[in-house]
Ligand binder design. Structure first.
Ligand code: ZN
Ligand code: CA
Ligand code: ZN
Length: 299
């Protein structure tokens, strides 16, 4: 081969390798894919797929290897170390499962279900009073409120949102108007929206890559960010149908984040993180109503 051609081949090939590497480092897998072989694994085990579990737990805020420098050698391997055990316990604690610290059946079953991609364990905040201690009956978490003079929120769509998808999205926003002081107004200029709604796939540039079909369904950033992203690789439907994900149900949940609510550990709450395919639409739970009233107490 002509050395000139050969070297340009090498160059192209290296470039492809670099791109692939950059991509894989920011890639997460759906738990349906990696949890299958991890049933029963516990501290001290080596099992293929534990590296994916680590990424999943870190993505959802349950582990952070930066806080455990002594364990940093295990960030990118398949070893079930202390950090994973503590993350699994935190997960079990949030969802009121038995605190076994290993991947028991109950934990694997719940983790396998699709869910919102926002982290579960966030500090709880009380408007004007700093952090608040949660009472036993309150299962909601408050993250951040819109300022007092902001009660009309505009929303806009990226071009990939179809007319059929917009109908349940608007219905979900109207539902929040019933229990919150907010009004929602469409704007046709994408950049002008307080809420910017779109479908995204895999790594889409905001540091929170999606994972293909299954697993993470959507995420929405707290005030005043307002971006709402649905995972384009899910099978979305404008009504409840078996095997599909109902846009309204997910939009209702994500809009709660846009208003400043975190996740609730009450399975009856709209703000509970896990949502099943074909799941019937939930009405607001008392916990959602209590949460939004606690976040916006004076109006
Ligand atoms: Zn969520
Ligand atoms: Ca997904
Ligand atoms: Zn996103």
């Amino acid at each position: 081969m002509n050395p000139k051609i050969s070297s340009s081949y090498t160059l192209v090939f290296s470039a492809i390798l670099i791109i692939c590497h950059a991509h894989s480092s920011n890639k997460i897998s759906s738990p349906g894919d990696f949890l299958r072989d991890l049933n029963g694994t516990r501290k001290g085990d080596n099992a293929k797929g534990l590296i994916e579990l680590k990424k999943y737990l870190a993505y959802l805020g349950y582990i952070n290897y930066d806080n455990y420098p002594a364990n940093s050698i295990h960030v990118n391997d398949d070893f079930f170390d202390d950090v994973v055990e503590s993350g699994v316990k935190e997960y079990q604690n949030f969802f009121k499962l038995r605190l076994t610290g290993f991947l028991d059946q109950e934990t694997v079953n719940l983790m396998s279900k699709p869910r919102c991609g926002m982290p579960d364990n966030l500090y709880n905040f009380s408007p004007g009073h700093g952090k608040v201690h949660r009472s036993i009956s309150a299962r909601y978490r408050l993250v951040r409120a819109w300022p007092r003079d902001k009660r009309n929120l505009t929303f806009s769509y990226s071009l990939d949102v179809t007319a059929a998808a917009k109908v349940p999205m608007v219905a979900a926003l109207l539902k929040w108007s019933e229990i919150s002081p907010f009004r929602f107004i469409i704007t046709h200029v994408y950049d002008d929206g307080d809420m910017k709604i779109g479908f995204k796939s895999r790594d889409h540039g905001d540091g929170h890559p999606f994972d293909g079909k299954g697993g993470i369904l959507a995420h929405a950033f707290y005030p005043p960010d307002g971006r709402v992203h649905f995972d384009a690789d899910e099978i979305w439907a404008a009504e409840v149908r078996p095997g599909t994900m109902d846009i309204y149900t997910v939009a209702l949940h994500e809009a709660g984040h846009i208003l400043g609510l975190g996740h609730s550990d009450d399975p009856n709450a709209v703000m509970y993180p896990h949502i099943d395919y074909g799941q019937a639409r939930k009405p607001f739970g008392q916990d959602d109503i209590n949460g939004i009233r606690a976040l916006y107490p004076n109006n």
